[in-house]
Design a protein around this ligand. Structure first.
Ligand code: ACM
Ligand code: ZN
Length: 603
């Protein structure tokens, strides 16, 4: 690249003094002027091979939809300007640099992931209309002049989806992956097997999907309601669909990590092939409510044969180096009552059922390692001893992650108190049914995934973070999007951004970013614009009230008599006390106008 750097011209351009990128890049230096993409702009590819053609194609796809033109792709160096250069600058994987000048953009990368992430940032530097799927008239497709250097903090930036408690079709999964990729999230943890349904076609065991996809009905409301809907529920993914999705994800630099649960959460498989169980019951049925079930795999040779066969097909479908073997919530009741299991414990000289579980997982790890793959499992795989090469996904809290890191095993942090997206994100009094929490956007944003108690040497084993979407109470794509976004933006930023937390900066960028999610038709939760009213227990006759709102530069105005607050209502500025006759009605205001919804909370 020997082009002479031209000074950025300011003529006729409003300089954007800030940009709003999520996740926040490592280094941004704003300059004056803008680069405008028009129909004569060219894309220069340093490496005009399929991978980079595809990345350039993503830019053209958006431009064609929103701007009505696409750009010529060339591998001929030109000095004329009005070019977006993609240059292999030998950067580390996933890293990129962007230099925007009035007559050119230079994107530096070291691999396709870096070039792809640069493009995701370019999209966020353009007007939000670039995310529209229809022609936007009168938009100037301008990018502010700047210099940017960016690289991820963690190599593992994950988002999970449970498709067992509820099933989601492949089109939705593609959209899910698209939105992940926009946030530079690079691992899709696909939770495919459960007590309530088996969703992955396995050719050698056709019953797993013919039968195991089904449950005869589903609990209504919370898991203990005792009320069932009487409607069979099923759904599965054919191997052809899986291959298609794996490729779709790979083209967006997302690795799919399949999860095949063992030894617990196996009831759907056992309902198809009862010989996989300890055989203590006459009849096994796919679960119809949520929770943990005592019917687990029995560690018999035939069970291992089955699991090895399943993983053989999994390896054919998923190129991921790492597969998730579950390992969580495996009750020991069946193993305690099973003569085979008890004899095995004695024969192997094991102390108890926890050591049997460890032996089970280690045996599976040996097989999986022999096929050139590695395992990751939930915290409970620490019980009875960690398998020699296992990675741990820490969900119970941080303790498992800390223990594993101290044993020099890699760890992904997904503590449920901070990173479970099935928890309430706003006041449960006014939100749909959820699993726990509340876990607000701010709580998620502020979570620091490297525990302070780790030494720097141990801290290196924390390889990343993951947001988990368990779908007990999400029976539609709309519900998933509502629960996942924008909180997942916070997790994505923690996974990517090197610099410390900046809640105020995040909320400012997020407000702009929500406009992009609107264009992308992501049905995120809008609690960001609403007051969160919290009643703190005081006396029998009184509550202490605090209120917060995430949206920046907003004030909360409220009433205590049930009337709708307006621009003349009192502004909340400190905690106050209410009595039993009072109801708090509040809204967030900017410039005298309500920006979100009116929230009411009754004593
Ligand atoms: C889990 O939530 N059972 C990993
Ligand atoms: Zn058994």
């Amino acid at each position: 690249m020997l082009l002479v750097a031209a000074a950025c011209s300011q003529a006729g351009h409003e300089e954007a003094d800030t940009v709003s990128i999520i996740p926040q890049p490592r280094y941004v230096q704003m300059d004056e002027g803008t680069f405008r993409i028009d129909k004569d702009t060219k894309i220069f590819l340093d490496e005009p091979v399929e991978e980079y053609m595809r990345i350039a194609g993503f830019l053209n796809e958006r431009l064609l939809a929103a701007a009505g033109f696409s750009l010529e792709i060339t591998d001929e160096m030109t000095a004329d300007g009005n070019v977006i250069f993609f240059m292999n600058a030998g950067l580390p994987s996933e890293a990129y640099g962007i230099h925007v000048e009035p007559n050119r953009i230079v994107i530096d990368y070291g691999d396709g992931a870096g070039a792809f992430y640069a493009l995701q940032t370019i999209f966020q530097l353009l007007p939000e209309e670039i995310f529209a799927d229809s022609r936007q008239r009168g938009v100037k497709w301008e990018i502010p002049c700047l210099a940017m250097e960016d690289a991820p903090r963690f190599k593992y930036r994950g988002m999970h989806l449970d498709v067992c408690l509820h099933y989601f079709d492949v089109d939705f999964l593609k959209k899910y992956i698209d939105i992940m990729a926009l946030h530079k999230v690079n691992r899709f943890h696909w939770h495919l097997t459960e007590d309530q349904g088996w969703r992955l076609e396995i050719k050698k065991y056709p019953l797993l999907t013919e039968k195991g996809q089904w449950r005869k009905e589903t609990v209504v409301g919370s898991l203990n309601s005792g009320v069932y809907d009487g409607t069979p529920y099923g759904g599965y993914y054919s191997q052809e669909q899986v291959r298609d999705l794996v490729q779709y994800a790979a083209e967006r630099y997302v690795t799919i990590i399949p999860e095949i649960e063992l030894p617990g959460h196996a009831l759907a498989a056992i309902a198809c092939y009862p010989e996989l169980s300890c055989g203590l019951e006459d009849h096994y049925e796919t679960a119809t409510k949520w929770g943990v079930f005592k019917q687990v795999y029995c560690p018999k040779e035939t069970t291992f044969e089955f699991l090895e066969d399943v993983f053989d097909e999994v390896f054919e479908l998923f190129p991921s180096e790492v597969v998730h073997i579950g390992g969580d919530e495996c009750p020991k009741a069946s193993w305690k009552a099973c003569p085979h299991c008890q004899a095995l414990i004695r024969k192997l000289g094991l102390k108890d059922e926890y050591e049997l579980q460890s032996w089970f997982v280690t045996r599976m790890e040996k097989y999986i390692n022999s096929k050139g793959r590695e395992i990751i499992g939930w915290d409970e795989i620490l019980q009875g001893g960690l398998a020699p090469n296992a990675k741990v996904m820490s969900w119970l809290g941080e303790e498992g992650g800390i223990q594993a890191a101290r044993q020099h095993h890699e760890v992904v942090m997904a503590p449920h108190q901070k990173y479970y997206l099935d928890y309430w994100q706003a006041d449960p009094d006014s939100e749909p049914l959820a699993m726990g929490g509340p876990t607000t956007l701010k709580t998620m944003y502020e979570y620091e995934p490297v525990p302070e108690v780790l030494t720097p040497e141990e801290a290196r084993y924390i390889i990343g973070v993951e947001g988990c979407v368990w779908t007990e109470y999400m029976d539609s794509p709309e519900r998933v999007e509502y629960m996942a976004w924008p909180r997942m933006c916070a997790i994505a930023e923690t996974g990517w951004t090197q610099t410390g937390k900046d809640w105020d900066g995040f909320t400012r960028r997020l407000e702009t970013h929500l406009g992009r999610l609107d264009r992308l038709d992501v049905g995120y939760c809008k609690a960001f614009f609403n007051p969160l009213i919290v009643f703190h227990n005081d006396t029998k006759y009184s509550k202490v009230v605090t209120m917060t709102v995430d949206a920046p530069d907003a004030e909360i105005r409220y009433t205590l008599d049930g009337s709708v607050p307006d621009a003349s209502s009192p502004v909340y500025d400190k905690p106050f006390v209410i009595n039993r006759q009072q109801t708090v009605t509040a809204a967030a205001f900017r410039n005298g106008k309500i920006i979100g919804e009116i929230r009411t909370k009754h004593f």
